[in-house]
Design a protein around this ligand. Structure first.
Ligand SMILES: NCc1[nH]cc(CCC(=O)O)c1CC(=O)O
Length: 332
């Protein structure tokens, strides 16, 4: 596999690292703002910028401020912004109907962004957890997270998002059969060019903790998500999930979390060659940003190194809360 190399001193691999110019010539991986999808948290109100304690530097934004964020992202060269609503606890119910309300927070934000910054791709999240009194991604019946009835609700949710103008729909729920159901419903409704970025290999991870604070789901969640999210020790299962989702009509696939699962990213890209994304999740962000804030690591350098690692592993892009900070540095 590897080309043969002459023995030392004919081969001195340090020659290839001798100066910035030579290193630039032989660098294998390129990181640019075009690699990023920026997840943002949306809340009610106007002019609201509300810090999230466990995610230093990340805020919940009212719709007007999300539009500002989209403008900023576009100016920085970030192609896509991904919306996560913080839902008023009073709107959380067992039937989760706020999820497909055409005027829910996520749909209002989508419409506002598409009007103000039409060129940015808006990604939305399909799962019931922000709206569910039980905090789960699916309906709960007698303590069981039920699959098929949940998929019917996810279809309604996704159609309301597509109607609002979402470009990319990201099902993060991990129910079986949802990609096929969503693709069929989008086609029937005439949304033939709405993309599905499937959270295909999503693990039951402790790294989602700060996110659940950010969307207000931590208090609501009863139990864990292990009957639908994957066992962190499994790799073959991830390949089966990705293969299944591509076969059902996913345009792009995601591995989540990111940094602890780079082996899954690499395997997925090599095996399927599909557009592959990683989600550098809230807990990963909190570790890097928190340690950077305290001066325990060089925050900027670990941020860029961690993002470069996704590209090296074979990812086409990465969902990261660092998107604007990293882009500002990359743009010089
Ligand atoms: N549908 C839930 C969802 N969508 C995105 C994230 C996590 C994102 C992050 O941690 O940054 C989660 C959390 C979960 O599955 O409990």
């Amino acid at each position: 596999m590897l080309p043969s190399q002459a023995p030392f001193p004919a081969t001195r691999l340090r020659r290839l690292r001798k100066s910035p110019a030579i290193r630039a010539l032989v660098s294998e991986t390129n990181l640019t703002p075009a690699d990023f999808i920026w997840p943002v948290f949306v809340r009610d109100g106007e002019g609201q910028v509300e810090p999230i304690a466990s995610m230093p530097g990340v805020n919940r934004l009212s719709v007007d401020k999300v539009v500002d964020a989209a403008r900023e992202a576009h100016a920085l060269g970030i192609p896509s912004i991904c919306l996560f609503p913080y839902t008023d606890p009073a709107l959380k119910t067992e039937c989760c109907s706020e999820a497909w309300n055409p005027d829910n927070l996520s749909n209002r934000a989508t419409r506002a962004i598409k009007e103000a910054v039409p060129d940015i791709a808006v990604m939305t999240d399909v799962a019931l957890d922000p709206y569910n009194i039980n905090g789960h991604d699916g309906f709960v019946e007698d303590g069981v997270i039920v699959n098929d009835r949940t998929v019917e609700a996810l279809v309604k949710q996704a159609l309301s998002q597509a109607d609002a103008g979402a470009d990319i729909i990201g099902p993060s729920d991990m129910m079986d059969g949802r990609i096929g159901a969503l693709r069929g419903a989008l086609e029937s409704a005439g949304h033939t060019n709405v993309l599905l970025l499937s959270y295909a290999a999503k693990y039951a991870s402790a790294f989602y903790g700060p996110f659940r604070d950010a969307v207000g789901a931590s208090g609501a969640l009863k139990g864990d998500k292990k009957t639908y999210q994957q066992d962190p020790g499994n790799s073959d299962e991830a390949m089966r999930l990705i293969q299944r989702d591509l076969a059902e009509g996913a345009d792009m696939v995601m591995v989540k979390p990111g940094m602890p699962y780079l082996d899954i990213c690499q395997r997925a890209k090599q095996m399927f060659g599909a557009p592959t994304f990683a989600y550098q999740v809230s807990g990963e962000y909190a570790m890097l940003a928190g340690a950077g804030e305290r001066g325990w690591v060089d925050g900027e350098k670990v941020m860029l190194e961690s993002l470069m690692a996704f590209k090296r592993a074979g990812c086409d892009g990465v969902l990261t809360y660092f998107a604007p900070a990293a882009s500002r540095i990359l743009n010089g």
